[in-house]
Design a protein around this ligand. Structure first.
Ligand SMILES: *Cc1c(COP(=O)(O)O)cnc(C)c1O
Length: 228
């Protein structure tokens, strides 16, 4: 232990402290908020630094990148957990089901079919969140608001308790709080316990609105490398 603690460990500690503070500020137990460290575009060596600093849950948005990075890391850290958080093509469903502990981006019937099919053939099904396009932005992933209730009910019937909750990414240019409130009320209506909302710019606000998972990348790993 001669080396000084690397900046990544300091940034991670800072994020954890802000999570605790945001939870305490609204009378919530910080233990009810899980930090997903979003490591997309960052090398496995950075993930390892976060592991060394005690982080165990990571988020990646591309199946291929996750497949390249995580199996080797799991060899040495078996309690690692991987969340896939990006838009998912149906032809990647099988790899996603094989790799992930949670898929946060279920957003359409064709993907539900592909995941169910993959689960059947692989004999495993990750936990699932439905991504809701709370801003109804045409270019964004997520089930449109007006289709969300039906889609949630259908997936509930199909996947049972494996459907854990909802995820959203508010429009970049808007106050995120109304989007967090909408997602919370939808999850509440459907009796779903997990609310994945809040990124580097807005996770304290998301925690104030009931987030149980926050997905934080830049605040932990620094700016993403341009390529990859
Ligand atoms: C990249 C990403 C994040 C993390 O974003 P930061 O602003 O770097 O914290 C969170 N959620 C999703 C779905 C992402 O793709």
């Amino acid at each position: 232990m001669t080396a000084p603690s690397p900046p990544l460990a300091d940034r991670l500690a800072d994020v954890r402290a802000r999570i605790d503070a945001a939870a305490h500020a609204v009378g919530r137990d910080p233990a009810a908020v899980t930090l997903v460290a979003v490591s997309k575009f960052h090398p496995a060596s950075s993930v390892q630094q976060a592991i060394d600093a005690g982080q165990r849950i990571f988020g990646e948005n591309r199946v291929q990148e996750a497949a390249a990075k995580f199996p080797a890391l799991r060899e040495t850290t078996p309690d690692l957990r991987l969340h896939l958080i990006g838009g998912l093509q149906t032809n990647k469903a099988k790899d996603a089901v094989r790799l992930a502990d949670m898929i946060e981006s279920l957003d359409r019937p064709a993907l539900a079919d592909a995941l169910a099919h993959a689960a059947e053939s692989l004999g495993r099904l990750p936990d699932l969140l439905i991504e809701v396009n709370t801003g109804d932005e045409p270019q964004k992933f997520g089930v449109p608001r007006e289709q969300a209730d039906d889609f949630i009910r259908t997936c509930r019937n199909r996947f049972g308790d494996k459907l854990r909750g909802l995820m959203c990414i508010p429009p970049a240019t808007e106050d995120p709080t109304p989007h967090f409130q909408l997602l919370r009320s939808m999850a509440h209506e459907h009796g779903l316990p997990v609310l994945s909302m809040g990124m580097s710019a807005d996770y304290p606000q998301a925690i104030a609105q009931g987030a149980t998972l926050v997905r934080v990348g830049t605040a932990i790993f620094g700016p993403r490398p341009a390529s990859a």
